[in-house]
Design a protein around this ligand. Structure first.
Ligand code: PBG
Length: 324
């Protein structure tokens, strides 16, 4: 008796494996998240994200040009302001760090890439929450919506093609859509962080933006135990006018990503977050993982699970590998 079925036949040579490969990762599908810090004179490496920098205004411009030349599909900008207050005023200030950077990059790059901006208050508030606080210290959903509307308009005015609301307030997509339209920015898109879990794996990002958060975000970000409410969040964001929806983190939530990809009628993104980056970098540094293979396998898995677009701190390096 011989085995009737021999799946190994399709794995015999590199050419055969290439022919039957189901999933591709292309540079154009990758979006590079970038950090720009106000008042910085030299770019500064984030210790828990080796290889990722807080940029100066100038170094950001150069790195963005390089990323576009490497073929990445877009850039997602985060600002680290010099001054923070309770309501995150620096976010709407046209001279605020993120808006200045958007302006610079739009002037430099025009429409040659898709410029995206984090549309959230946490980088700008002194308490570090993603919204404004009510008198009792809880995050005030509806007051925060007002702030998000102004933030989105400021970012669109500064040059963002797409705003990325990441604060998980109820009704944020509809509110932002309406604010953008009312200000004449009908072509500015919304990448909705539709599904965002209260994850321990955002740790290194908090260092990157020098977050002053005490406590957690569990009253607005989702419980990692729940998949059903992820589908509800996606349905709401689609109904509210999201142009793209995102699942975040990526690797720990591939089941959710697959489920979202099956129902979404708009492009689906996944954010390979700071902790996912840090895990692989740390293991590779110890010689415990093959760095390049691990990175490419992780990106392939996120694509296989259903992401059309992947936000990843390895976007530029991966784009170069993929172009070889
Ligand atoms: C909030 C925001 C966060 C990230 C992106 N946008 C942090 C948070 O929700 O605590 C995390 C990204 C990462 O970890 O790489 N503005």
């Amino acid at each position: 008796m011989y085995p009737l079925h021999r799946p190994r036949r399709l794995r015999t040579t590199p050419a055969m494996r290439r022919l039957v490969s189901e999933t591709e990762v292309r540079p154009r599908q990758l979006v590079l998240p970038m950090f720009v810090k106000e008042g910085l004179t030299e770019p500064s490496e984030i210790s828990s994200m080796p290889g990722v920098l807080q940029h100066t205004r100038d170094s950001l411009r150069k790195a963005a040009v390089e990323a576009v030349q490497a073929g990445v599909g877009g850039l997602m900008l985060f600002g680290v302001p010099a001054e923070r207050d309770a309501v995150g005023s620096a976010g709407t200030d046209p001279d605020g760090v993120l808006n200045v950077a958007l302006n610079d990059l739009r002037a430099e790059l025009g429409d040659s890439t898709v410029l995206m901006s984090d549309c959230c208050l946490d980088e700008f508030t002194d308490h570090g929450h993603c919204g404004v606080l009510a008198a009792d210290g809880t995050v005030d959903n509806d007051a925060t919506l007002q702030a998000y509307g102004e933030l989105a308009v400021a970012q669109a005015r500064a040059g963002a093609h797409v705003v990325g609301p990441s604060g998980m307030m109820d009704g944020q997509i509809a509110f932002i859509r309406n604010a953008l339209d009312a200000a004449g920015f009908t072509d500015t898109g919304i990448l909705a962080y539709a599904v965002k879990y209260a994850s321990a794996f955002y740790g290194p990002f908090r260092e990157a933006v020098e977050s002053q958060l005490a406590g957690d975000r569990k009253t607005y970000q989702q419980d990692p135990a729940n998949a059903r409410e992820a589908m509800r969040e996606v349905q709401l964001d689609l109904a509210e006018g999201a142009d793209m929806v995102m699942v975040k983190p990526a690797l720990l939530y591939l089941d959710v990503l697959r489920a979202v990809a099956e129902v979404s009628d708009v492009p689906v993104a996944a954010y390979q977050i700071s902790g996912e980056y840090a895990m692989i970098e740390a293991a590779a540094r110890n010689g415990w993982l093959d760095r390049e293979r691990s990175i490419l396998e992780s990106l392939t898995s996120i694509r296989r699970a259903g992401a059309d677009i992947v936000l990843t701190y390895w976007a530029v390096e991966a784009a170069r590998w993929l172009d070889r």
